[in-house]
Write a protein that binds this ligand. Structure first.
Ligand code: 0X9
Ligand code: ZN
Length: 418
């Protein structure tokens, strides 16, 4: 009876969400984030089962231990979930009491920088910016520093937005130096990721003190891999994660771009259900965004020696493989460089280690694919904090804390040959 009730509740929830999303911004009023702590394998299984029954959106989870699981709890299942957890003697604490309040406080100065100013661009790192501001900034840099910055359009998104990256290089001949690839904005709701990617661009291009980072390295930085999702998370649904492509299900849209890559595609930690947040897509590279992205990286695969894909949240530097508990042959090298980079973080503590050990299996993820095509140093970064909603006043503390790690990576990569 209660299972039937749960399934019905879940069905209604999905339907209501979908309809609401079409006209105006979805309110998360009454939504909470709970940290559930288990202390035995049996309790783990109960929580896993509850996650499935209620289709819970999981914010933090570690597969290998009994560590805490953060889940988003919609108001209409709150009392039932509370009852189920109490019944099983599983403890939980409310981490975010009202998500909409947290969202309201997150980005108070949104687009204020563009109001009435005649500045050459609207970018800053005291608020989160829409795609136009980000692309406007990339364009500004390419126009202002033509000998250093090239704006490259690698394709078009499902909803017809350009897919831009910048190449930053002072080399006179193309493709002769080792290169670093950095991307952000795979997952739409992880706003701190494009913020850091653009901050890194700004620091390398516009901060004279960082000129040494241009010695013997080409930089390829793509701040918003999933622009459709990013825009959707700004105007309609703050917690949107996936792309915005049509699926076989009329009411569930989008593919998890980080399960859509053609390496171990469809394995553990991905789903064939279009309504899932980790939907793998109808086939590997079903998404125009992952195709454009992977083709470009392929074309530079000999040069790219370091690959950083910026996500949030959780403060981790993750090393492949992620499809299963397996370790690439240069795992120890990646670990050593990762630890050295992470030792630079002063404000936020990051864990460094294998993806499955520190997180969970996620077959078809982009970093595994990057490793599979031969890139030497590959990391997935889960940025601070332990929530997707990071108040804008924390952008600068987080990005400034991170930047010294870029120096560590660059020092290593500059010594490699193409
Ligand atoms: O699940 C993901 O795609 C990444 N986490 S996130 O919260 N940003 O969505 C983690 C991918 C890292 N890879 C593995 N865990 N295998
Ligand atoms: Zn992510």
């Amino acid at each position: 009876m209660s299972v039937l009730f749960s399934v019905l509740t879940l069905g209604c929830l999905l339907l209501v969400n979908q309809v609401a999303s079409e006209d105006k911004a979805v309110s998360y009023s009454g939504y909470q984030v709970w940290t559930i702590t288990t202390s035995s394998e049996e309790e783990n299984q109960i929580v896993l089962n509850l996650r499935q029954v209620y289709g819970l959106d999981v914010w933090q989870w570690q597969e290998s231990t009994n560590a805490a699981t953060d889940v988003l709890v919609p108001p209409n299942i709150s009392s039932e979930l509370k009852f189920k957890l109490n019944e099983a003697n599983i403890s939980y604490v409310v981490k975010i009491a009202d998500l909409q309040s947290a969202i309201n406080d997150e980005n108070p100065n949104a687009s204020s920088s563009s109001l009435g100013t005649k500045a050459a661009h609207n970018m800053d790192w005291t608020s989160y910016h829409r795609l136009d501001d980000i692309y406007g900034y990339l364009n500004y840099l390419a126009v202002t520093y033509p000998n250093l910055v090239e704006l490259i359009n690698v394709g078009t998104s499902y909803e017809n937005r350009s897919l831009y990256l910048v190449r930053i290089s002072n080399a006179t001949a193309p493709d002769t130096q080792p290169a670093v690839w950095i991307d952000g904005g795979f997952h739409a709701r992880e706003w701190i990721s494009p913020a850091l990617a653009t901050y890194i661009i700004q620091q390398i291009v516009e901060e004279p003190a960082n000129a040494k980072l241009l010695n013997n390295i080409d930089w390829y930085i793509m701040p918003v891999v999933n622009p459709d999702g990013y825009e959707y998370s700004h105007v309609r649904r703050r917690l949107w994660r996936k792309t915005r492509s049509m699926t076989t299900s009329a009411r569930c849209i989008g593919v998890d771009p980080n399960r859509n890559f053609d390496f171990k595609w469809g394995g553990a930690g991905s789903s064939s259900n279009p309504c899932s947040e980790v939907f793998k897509g109808s086939k590997a590279f079903s998404e125009v965004e992952t195709v454009a992205y992977s083709q470009y990286i392929m074309s530079k695969s000999k040069q790219i020696k370091l690959y950083l894909t910026l996500h949030s949240c959780g403060q981790k530097l993750l090393i492949p493989w992620g499809y299963d508990r397996e370790y690439p042959s240069n795992f120890n090298d990646m670990m050593e460089l990762g630890q050295c980079a992470a030792s630079k973080f002063k404000l936020y503590k990051y864990g460094v280690g294998n993806k499955v050990d520190l997180l969970y299996r996620a077959a078809g993820n982009a970093a595994d694919w990057a490793k599979s095509i031969g890139i030497e140093y590959v990391y997935t970064v889960e940025l601070p904090t332990t929530s997707f909603i990071v108040p804008a006043y924390n952008i600068l503390p987080i990005t400034r804390d991170f930047f010294p790690a870029i120096d560590v990576f660059a020092t290593k990569i500059a010594t490699l040959t193409v």
